[in-house]
Design a protein around this ligand. Sequence first.
Ligand code: IDP
Length: 143
Amino acid sequence: MAVQRTFSIIKPDAVAKNVIGEITSRFEKAGLRVVASKMVQLSEREAGGFYAEHKERPFYGDLVSFMTSGPVIVQVLEGEDAIAKNRELMGATNPKEAAAGTIRADFAESIDENAVHGSDSEAAAAREIAFFFSSTELCDRIR
Ligand code: IDP
């Protein structure tokens, strides 16, 4: 299995709940390593651009206002099969359907406030990492 990088957001609901460390700890325990991390307050323009693929969906406006409602932690995670591994740790989009023990089952309240984002493909990971991080903010070869 190849070493990959994936992009993660700890969303405003989880930051407000003070579970940044608990969520990051799940990444680490699963063998993923944080290679970039920062707290940011997204503007409407940034949140809207990040979720542009959902522009026509009925929940787009609510999603943008939720994502700008408070600070988020954006991270790049690295490890074997990182994209799929992170999606597995996150659980289903709707926390009510998320498997027991997943981040969304344990920390999220609803489909629109669901604690975390994670890239769903290599193309998405590359686009999303570049959206938030410059190359000098990504740490290589942490051993
Ligand atoms: P994902 O975050 O599990 O990859 P996506 O389908 O890419 O799910 O949706 C992006 C985000 O949009 C979700 O995490 C959730 O916050 C929000 N969302 C998706 N579907 C709905 C919905 O039906 N109602 C409200 N919000 C939704």
